[in-house]
Design a protein around this ligand. Structure first.
Ligand SMILES: Cc1ncc(COP(=O)(O)O)c(C=O)c1O
Length: 386
């Protein structure tokens, strides 16, 4: 088949491939423990489901404005204003099916062929994929274990060129769980403002924070005009399949991003947007209990992994992943991830699924029960000792 040339530059998420292989093994009768997926293992709180049903009954079944329903843009904008301590006008909010399209549209709207986009490495693979897709170059900014995988502003400054158009940051971070401090963000902002570079700040794990508190680069003086802030409901309210997220950005850019939405999805499902308002307005206890469960599991995982031969694992400050260093096992991380699945029946991802600088690491998600996590670590231990 003759495809458009640009398709050769489009990447994917290895997590979906591992999930498919794990599914095959399960179909053959194997017992697989899933630690590869970035999806909470909880169900969406009932009050949010009820609100969606009510919205359907109330007739929220038709097309809406591409940028989102006015009441949802207002409510989501107010959530960002309250949680980040910044002013947000509803005209600065664009609602999309998941936060992911904001990434795609933001890059499409701002980045030209030949430009450079600085992406955290290891990092969410979609950053690099979309950057290369539009004909730009993804420049890795290495996150080092010695800095607890927090972006080093000096290292960032060293990769800036006159072609740099955008810096992508992600805190709490997938896959390492690192959290940028306010001082880190101020240092990144200094580089961005001095060079007039956009920052795409990917913050869907903002509520999954166990040490310190969440800050956005949009809080730094002058940065709101240069930031696209991504938020969503997938992780905080266990709503991955609902597809609901949004971006906050300067109103002029929001209009352009909404135009991309008109040309692709038309709009986000109206009743889903109403359910999102209910998610923010309703009781937060269930969401908070999920976050507490992730913290408890993180501690069990980190302790269990550190007891395995050749494995050392930092305790991540946020998100729901751990990123153990497996170099001392003497097994290549890709090979180890493969053997964990095929031999031990534990689905994990190789750090290389998150870029070249993920080599030597595995990513395990804590979206599974404590019982299964303990069983999985036991199985990996048998594999390493056997
Ligand atoms: C870092 C990061 N950004 C964005 C997303 C996209 O989330 P959503 O489900 O809101 O599209 C994910 C999902 O895994 C993620 O890990």
């Amino acid at each position: 088949m003759r495809l458009a040339e640009r398709m050769s530059r489009l990447g994917t998420e290895t997590a979906f491939e591992v999930l498919a292989r794990a599914g095959q093994l399960e179909a053959e009768g194997r017992d697989i423990i899933h630690l590869e997926i970035g999806q909470p293992d909880f169900d969406t709180p009932q009050y949010i489901k009820d609100a969606a049903c009510q919205a359907l009954a109330d007739g929220f079944t038709g097309y809406g404005p591409s940028a989102g329903l006015p009441q949802a843009r207002e409510r989501y904008g107010r959530y960002i204003a309250e949680t980040r301590g910044i002013e947000v006008d509803p005209a600065e909010v664009v609602i999309t099916p998941g936060a992911k399209p904001i990434l795609f549209f933001g890059i499409l709207a701002l980045v030209d062929e030949g430009d450079e986009v600085i992406c955290p490495s290891p990092g969410y693979p979609i950053y690099e994929s979309v950057t290369e897709f539009v004909g730009a170059t993804a420049v890795p900014a290495r996150l080092r274990e010695e800095r607890e995988f927090r972006l080093d502003p000096e290292e960032l400054a060293s990769v800036i060129t006159d072609k740099t158009r955008m810096i992508i940051i992600n805190s709490p971070h997938n896959p390492t769980g690192s959290v940028l401090t306010m001082a880190d963000l101020e240092a990144v902002a200094e580089v961005a403002l001095a060079n007039e570079i956009w920052v795409l700040s990917d913050e869907p794990y903002s509520k999954m924070i166990y040490e310190g508190e969440h800050h956005s680069i949009a809080e730094v003086d002058g940065m709101k005009d240069w930031t696209i802030l991504l938020e969503g409901f997938s992780k905080t309210y266990a709503m991955t399949g609902w597809r609901l997220g949004y971006g906050v950005m300067p109103a002029e850019l929001a209009e352009q991003v909404a135009k991309l939405h008109t040309n692709s999805n038309s709009c986000t499902a109206s009743f889903v947007q109403i359910a999102g308002i209910a998610a923010y307005d309703g009781p937060q206890e269930e969401s908070e209990a999920m976050m507490a469960a992730f913290e408890e599991r993180r501690d069990i995982m980190v302790e269990g992994l550190n007891a395995l031969p050749g494995v050392s694992c930092l305790s991540p400050a946020g998100a729901f992943y751990v990123f153990p260093n497996v170099t001392e096992t003497g097994i290549d991380s890709r090979e180890l991830a493969r053997r964990c699945l095929e031999e031990a029946g534990v689905a994990v991802l190789s750090g290389t699924a998150f870029g070249a600088y993920g080599d030597g690491y595995l990513r395990l998600s804590s979206a599974n029960s404590i019982e299964n996590i303990e069983e999985a670590i036991g199985r990996i231990g048998n594999l390493l000792e056997g």
